[in-house]
Design a protein around this ligand. Structure first.
Ligand SMILES: [Zn+2]
Length: 82
């Protein structure tokens, strides 16, 4: 490990846990640091949070099992399409 800075590719495998707030505090801090300096990731995360808010509304906050897995697939598609 050469420092606290991580790449975009290192951010996205952790993002579901990051949003859930169950991520290791050190990793969480490193991701927040990355989002501060990376407009692209910050924008994508914004979109993901919007989708999650809509989904939570639709589900009355009762997210189905496996939601994290589907979220990761959506993210993979988003990043691929870029
Ligand atoms: Zn990034």
């Amino acid at each position: 490990v050469s420092g606290p800075e991580i790449s975009c590719l290192e951010v996205w495998p952790e993002i579901a846990d990051f949003i859930d707030g169950i991520l290791d505090p050190t990793l969480r801090w490193r991701i927040e640091l990355h989002l501060d300096g990376c407009e692209r990731c910050a924008a994508v995360l914004d979109g993901v949070r919007t989708v999650l808010a809509l989904a939570a509304d639709a589900q009355m906050f009762d997210l189905p099992t496996g939601f994290g897995v589907r979220l990761k697939r959506v993210l993979a598609r988003k990043l691929d399409a870029d």
